[in-house]
Design a protein around this ligand. Structure first.
Ligand code: HEM
Length: 405
């Protein structure tokens, strides 16, 4: 955040890293939905922003006119030859049809409810350990001391990497998702990608020498059209699983705890009616959906009266779609027992989140364990809470005053 000039008009000059957007994107989307459903900016070399559910869905389902070749909008716009289509850098999220379906189908068994359920006892133990470590404190940072460790440690375990390596990934992921102001040269100079590739190659070599019962060996044994996966594909998917699952779920857990800290009636209701947990998880995902994706326009196309040109960026704000009152009555209010809730937090169309069973399990277990340990909590100081900038939204510093049971 902060390298660019402040935005004065989000309809004609939007920037998702602007301080006003980071502080409260919902007011901006509500305003744009009223007066300009598809906003534009010359920043990032030219980009579009639909905010209505119908427009977000139209783009997400239209893989002819919008490519996933790059899904993080930055100054470093890829050229047609930078990333080999249709596989892309991190299949399947950066793959287009028809290759996408093959790359996705191969991964599905590893993220089925049953496969993910096997990690629930570990996730619960991990949450309990994290809470033990802060036991007795009157103030706990729910983001830094709790939420951020959960998805990272779970995916590291699923991939079969050494637990102590968890920290290696943190700066790499932040680099990819949050330092979007950096130029192509700055990103190359940081060399995070090269470090990561080297790390993955070492883990791949270890697993080839000694196969194990984990996700890395699963990928190495997988076949696509009767052929082993290309090593670039295996590495790209491993990197994707780290990137896709960590900041996203960290954000969802953090935002949910922020909501419960600032809405005591909802916190008490969830404690009194634990049977509401499943609908509450869906509603918190809807209201605080953390993930906005990007697309590149593959062919000139019209969207809600605007002419989009090949090569333009487009931000796909699933969180804005989730707040559209045309689809969700009382969209800006959290209703823990909302009955009909076909939210778009996990995306729409062919790229719909592959890790949604895992994310839901982690969010539910994290909330259950937190509430069991700390039924009473509130913001220690609203002025110290910070939120991430970029396409993944969640609290990064979240000090809570807690009363230990
Ligand atoms: C609350 C947490 C999460 C949210 C909100 C979320 C959201 C999303 C969204 C919106 C997409 C669609 C991307 C697009 O349209 O371009 C997506 C795709 C994906 N997510 Fe998640 N995600 C979460 C957690 C996870 C986890 C834990 C994993 C696995 C470790 C994961 C793996 C993936 C993968 C592999 C894709 C690409 C699927 C494809 O391209 O077919 N996600 N996610």
């Amino acid at each position: 955040m902060g390298k660019r000039k402040p935005v004065e008009n989000f309809a004609t000059d939007f920037d998702h890293t602007d301080a006003a957007w980071v502080a409260d994107p919902y007011a901006i989307w509500d305003d744009l939905r009223e007066r300009c459903p598809v906003a534009h900016t010359e920043r990032y070399g030219g980009a579009w922003l639909p905010v209505r559910h119908a427009d977000v869905a139209a783009v997400a389902y239209d893989t002819d006119h919008f490519t996933s070749r790059s899904v993080v909008m930055s100054e470093a716009r890829p050229g047609p030859h930078d990333l080999p289509a249709p596989i892309g850098l991190a299949p399947p999220i950066t793959s287009d049809p028809p290759f996408h379906a093959l790359a996705r189908r191969m991964l599905l068994p590893a993220f089925s409810p049953k496969a993910v359920g096997a990690y629930e006892p570990y996730t619960r133990r991990l949450c309990a350990e994290l809470l033990d470590a802060v036991c007795g404190a009157s103030e706990v940072d729910a983001s830094l001391d709790f939420a951020r460790h959960i998805p990272l440690r779970v995916i590291v375990r699923m991939l079969g990497f050494p637990e102590e390596d968890a920290d290696v990934f943190r700066s790499f992921i932040t680099g990819v998702l949050e330092d979007v102001d950096d130029s192509a040269e700055e990103r190359v100079a940081r060399a995070d990608e090269a470090v990561m590739e080297h790390y993955m190659d070492e883990r791949i070599a270890e697993h080839l020498a000694e196969p194990r019962d984990d996700l890395t060996s699963f990928l190495l044994a997988a076949e696509l059209d009767g052929q082993e996966l290309h090593p670039d594909h295996v590495r790209g998917t491993m990197v994707l699983l780290l990137i896709a699952g960590i900041d996203t779920t960290w954000s969802a857990i953090g935002s949910s705890l922020w909501h419960l800290a600032t809405h005591p009636a909802d916190r008490r209701r969830l404690l009194d009616e634990p049977g509401l947990m499943d609908t509450a998880v869906e509603e918190l995902l809807r209201a605080y959906a953390p993930v906005t994706m990007a697309r590149l326009v593959a062919k000139d196309v019209e969207l809600d009266g605007r002419r989009l040109k090949e090569g333009d960026w487009l931000l796909l704000p699933f969180p804005a779609a989730n707040r559209d009152p045309e689809v969700f009555p009382d969209a800006d209010r959290v209703v823990l027992d909302r009955r009909v809730n076909r939210h778009a937090a996990f995306g729409l169309g062919i790229h719909r989140c592959l890790g949604s069973n895992l994310a839901r399990m982690e969010l539910r277990v994290a909330l259950e364990e937190w509430l069991a340990r700390f039924p009473d909590f509130e913001l220690a100081d609203p002025g110290r809470v910070t939120w991430s900038a970029g396409q993944i939204r969640g609290p990064r510093v979240l000090p809570l005053r807690v009363v230990t049971r």
